[in-house]
Design a protein around this ligand. Structure first.
Ligand SMILES: Cc1cc2nc3c(=O)[nH]c(=O)nc-3n(C[C@H](O)[C@H](O)[C@H](O)COP(=O)(O)OP(=O)(O)OC[C@H]3O[C@@H](n4cnc5c(N)ncnc54)[C@H](O)[C@@H]3O)c2cc1C
Length: 388
């Protein structure tokens, strides 16, 4: 039996594990390794933050997904790959080490926040990437409201000012989610405080939603402002300290700063190393190969899209790459030629509080129907990912 080891159980890894366990049943042993206990459907993290979904609705234990999908799961962190010995060195939660041998390795460890060397950014802002971050943010937001109830003057104003850095889809959906949580849940016993809340979204470039069509960037700006969120574009943080953002022209103070400013790849070391770009992202060939017997995809890997530019770092692209990657692993094992993959976005859904955009390659519309459509579509995607 061939051993296929998958390092990282996100949108690429879990999908590849399910596809390969099905397609290679009886001829290969598929092993998924992830350092977390549960798969998290990240597009729903904002719904968790808004207090509209419970964590078990937007996540699934890997053990359960593995039993359902017919593959094995090891909870461990993949530290290093020895390409000569064809072994992944993993560390388990109890600190013990194990060497996991592979015939084919799939590397897809995803990404973590990137702080671009901005002084204090990592220490003084909150990241938003995991289920634990949702819980921590809920606690901090409740604590802010608790403190604000007895604070007065400037101190009270500062506590009730919430800032999000990053005007991409995640930053925009996150600021709305935080607003919903505060207004509908955290302030339920102090409704007067809800009226004093202030939200600011900060973006370094001149426009929100870079990479989207100009009508969407402009429409998102209008919606944010209509729903009471201040937007500051072309504003680059020079340094950040606790509750304080300093830019070239002004200083902003607030009770909490959330970082949605970009991502960089999670690292896994290889001996000998594989090809990387200057930002340490793994460089795949067009068949998603990273070298002999190794494939990769998702946020940690650069793959060129049909337009010759690196494919976007989104769950949708990750799932497209997973399909192509699984098909190529099967071809590889059968000794057949591999097929190139040119992942391209088929459209996007961006929610903006009580409305949203449905963006397709042909047209974009702003409609309240984005919200039920997104709920239905993500339910389908969650099923594809987990089988639940
Ligand atoms: C808040 C938020 C909202 C988002 N919303 C959307 C959206 O609406 N639409 C969209 O298309 N995209 C969205 N994204 C982006 C999307 O989540 C990513 O593009 C996608 O998850 C990338 O898939 P991946 O498999 O590369 O990485 P991930 O899904 O991040 O998975 C990587 C996995 O690898 C594991 N891992 C990392 N390092 C190791 C290691 N050394 N050993 C073992 N395991 C490891 C991690 O625990 C994780 O489970 C959002 C992201 C965030 C954070």
């Amino acid at each position: 039996m061939k051993r296929i080891v998958i390092a990282g159980g996100g949108f690429v890894g879990l999908r590849v594990a399910r596809l390969l366990a099905k397609r290679l049943a009886g001829s290969a042993h598929v092993i998924l390794i992830d350092r977390q206990e549960r798969f998290v459907f990240s597009p729903w993290l904002v719904d968790g933050l808004a207090g509209e979904m419970e964590s078990d609705q937007y996540s699934e234990p890997y053990e359960t997904a593995a039993k359902r999908g017919g593959f094995a799961f090891i909870r461990a962190e993949v530290k290093a790959i020895d390409r000569h010995a064809k072994v992944a060195d993993v560390t388990k939660p109890d600190g013990s080490h194990e060497a996991v041998g592979y015939d084919v390795l799939v590397v897809c460890p995803g990404a973590r926040p990137a702080y671009y060397g901005i002084e204090g950014a990592e220490q003084a802002t909150r990241p938003f990437k995991t289920m634990a971050h949702v819980t921590e943010l809920h606690e901090q937001l409740r604590e802010l409201i608790h403190q604000a109830r007895t604070a007065t003057g400037e101190e009270r104003k500062k506590l009730l000012h919430l800032m999000v850095i990053g005007g991409g889809p995640t930053g925009i959906e996150t600021v709305f989610a935080m607003k919903t949580y505060l207004e509908c849940h955290a302030c339920s016993e102090a409704p007067a405080l809800a009226k004093e809340l202030r939200f600011t979204l900060i973006e370094g470039s001149p426009n929100l939603l870079n990479g989207f069509r100009p009508s969407i960037s402009a429409g998102a700006l209008r919606e944010l402002e209509r729903q009471g969120i201040e937007v500051k574009t072309s504003m680059r943080a020079k340094s950040i300290s606790q509750g304080r953002i300093t830019t070239e022209s002004e200083t902003l103070s607030g009770g909490l700063i959330l970082w949605c400013g970009g991502v960089q790849p999670n690292d896994v070391s290889f001996t000998p190393d594989v090809s990387r770009d200057p930002k340490n992202t793994l460089k795949a060939d067009q068949a998603l190969g990273l070298g002999q017997d190794i494939f990769g995809g998702g946020d940690a890997v650069i793959c060129l899209g049909a337009n010759g530019k690196p494919a976007a770092r989104t769950a949708q692209i990750a799932m497209l790459e997973a399909e192509a990657l699984a098909a190529n692993v099967v071809r590889y094992l059968k000794g057949q030629p591999l097929k190139p993959c040119y992942p391209a976005l088929k459209g996007s859904l961006i929610t903006l509080g009580d409305t949203g955009f449905i963006d397709t390659p042909w047209f974009a519309i702003k409609t309240k129907l984005t919200i039920p459509f997104r709920r239905w579509f993500y339910r389908f995607r969650f099923f594809q990912m987990t089988g639940r």
